[in-house]
Design a protein around this ligand. Structure first.
Ligand code: AMP
Length: 443
């Protein structure tokens, strides 16, 4: 019986994996430009970590965690996001001791949420993100927004839509929660069961409800902006003004509260407005400021700001943007396909391939004897740039035949000269292809 993949998971194969590499490399590149260092934390953590950080009022903790008991009876959870693990690591490893603040880390890896699979929503997905800890200052929030913006922009998106909001300080939020409780008191009967629970635990979460009838009710709710203290308003204005100086326009979205309980103050999200047939895959990423997260999980009282981007969603818009790009002929191809025409020739090819790889060029060879016709077919299928033919005559004369599979020209190369001659043949090949590409483009 065939074993299917787990619902909501997906395989990333060959050229798809190349695309993920490309996106991840951009993420790394920008994180390093902003002087963030990589942090890798385990995929499994003790469940209470997420209860204390992501929070018991969140949908993630309530409905979406992959939680299980291990054989020792400990409750463990597959991480639904990465910030909590980073904070835990900072505490475990006392990374704050004698540190120069802010601590700046970036991460890339898989996360797990038991959500209903749909466009842009998986049960195993990947996030890139950053955390800056120990800088209770709006410039650090701006830095997080700018970093994510640059990554998304360089994927080729013409307009990155940035939504921003402030959840205010403790007092603003408490006043606002009270106002929401009053507003929803006589409406909650007609709202979804989740909202009923949210009203009890944290009415702010109701603003995030995706049920269409509830969205209508939410439209009339009091606005968070009317409850912000003077300081919180000033902070938000300062962030927006600095982003503007840096060329990033954002739109205030009063209902943006984000799905994680640890945010306080500034929260933000990135969206793409693509063509009509593009699916709405939701936010490309988002983040915000957290004042107490590190303290809540047993660390020192340091504020922080984080950002995370969903790689599946970036991959989706990357495909839309680059759908019509022509791949150069050498894309996705091996440099040399080495053909041994008999068992003993194949043995010899093993050493030849070893030499070619040591020279930093890619190659593959046949391990089974096949007709030369079928070996050329394989070379074509693998999009090899050159074939190297090794038969008895070649072994005798210590000279191999190297055939350019685009121009079909063939060169005899002495085995002793192989390294440097292959380098120059490859160089010549690439120059010819580039020249042709430019000619086709009329440049
Ligand atoms: P969050 O940790 O909820 O703030 O999510 C940050 C980003 O991760 C979102 O903006 C999405 O791009 C991505 N993301 C979150 N959940 C999923 C999911 N189930 N499938 C794919 N991407 C997701």
């Amino acid at each position: 019986m065939e074993i299917n993949p787990v619902k909501g998971t997906h395989d990333i194969v060959a050229s798809e994996a190349d695309k993920y590499h490309e996106i991840e490399n951009r993420c790394r590149f920008f994180a390093e430009l902003f002087a963030y260092k990589e942090i890798r934390t385990p995929i499994i953590e003790h469940t209470p970590l997420f209860l204390r950080s992501v929070g018991e009022s969140s949908d993630i903790v309530n409905k979406e965690m992959y939680t299980f008991n291990d054989k020792g009876g400990r409750s463990l959870t597959l991480r639904p996001e990465m910030t909590a693990g980073v904070m835990r690591s900072i505490v475990t490893n006392k990374l704050y001791a004698n540190a120069d603040f802010p601590l700046k880390y970036f991460y890339i890896g898989p996360c797990f949420r038991y959500e209903r699979p749909q466009a842009g929503r998986y049960r195993q997905f990947h996030q890139f993100g950053i955390e800056a800890i120990g800088a209770p200052n709006y410039h650090q929030d701006v830095e997080a927004v700018v970093l994510g913006y640059h990554i998304i922009e360089t994927l080729g998106l013409k307009k990155v839509h940035v939504l921003i909001n402030s959840l205010g300080d403790e007092e603003s939020r408490n006043n606002y929660r009270e106002a929401l409780r009053k507003y929803f008191a006589d409406k909650i009967e007609n709202m979804c069961p989740d909202c009923k629970r949210r009203l009890e635990v944290n009415p702010l979460r109701i603003l995030d409800c995706k049920v269409p009838e509830d969205i209508e009710i939410v439209k009339g709710a009091p606005k968070l902006s009317d409850y912000l203290s003077k300081e919180s308003k000033l902070y938000l204005d300062s962030v927006i003004a600095e982003l503007k100086v840096l060329g990033i326009e954002c739109e205030i979205d009063n209902n943006l509260v984000r799905g994680l309980d640890y945010y306080t103050g500034i929260v933000f999200e990135y969206h793409a407005k693509m063509g009509e047939d593009a699916k709405d895959v939701g936010a490309l990423g988002g983040g915000g400021h957290y004042a107490h997260l590190l303290k809540d999980i047993g660390g020192p009282d340091l504020e922080g700001v984080g950002l995370s981007l969903g790689l599946e969603r970036l991959a989706y818009i990357y495909d839309l943007i680059h759908a019509d790009d022509e791949k150069p002929v050498f894309y996705d191809s091996v440099d040399f396909y080495v053909m041994g025409l008999s068992e003993s020739n194949i043995d010899k090819c093993v050493s030849l391939c070893d030499l070619i790889r040591r020279e930093g060029m890619s190659c593959e060879q046949n391990y089974e004897v096949k007709s030369i016709k079928s070996l050329f077919k394989t070379a074509d299928r693998k999009k090899a740039k050159f074939a190297i033919i090794v038969g008895d005559d070649e072994i005798k004369t210590k000279t191999v035949k190297v055939k350019n599979l685009v121009s079909q020209t063939q060169t005899d190369v002495k085995m002793d000269d192989l390294g440097h001659v292959l380098h120059s043949l490859l160089q010549e090949y690439l120059e010819t292809i580039y020249a042709k590409l430019l000619e086709d483009k009329g440049e």
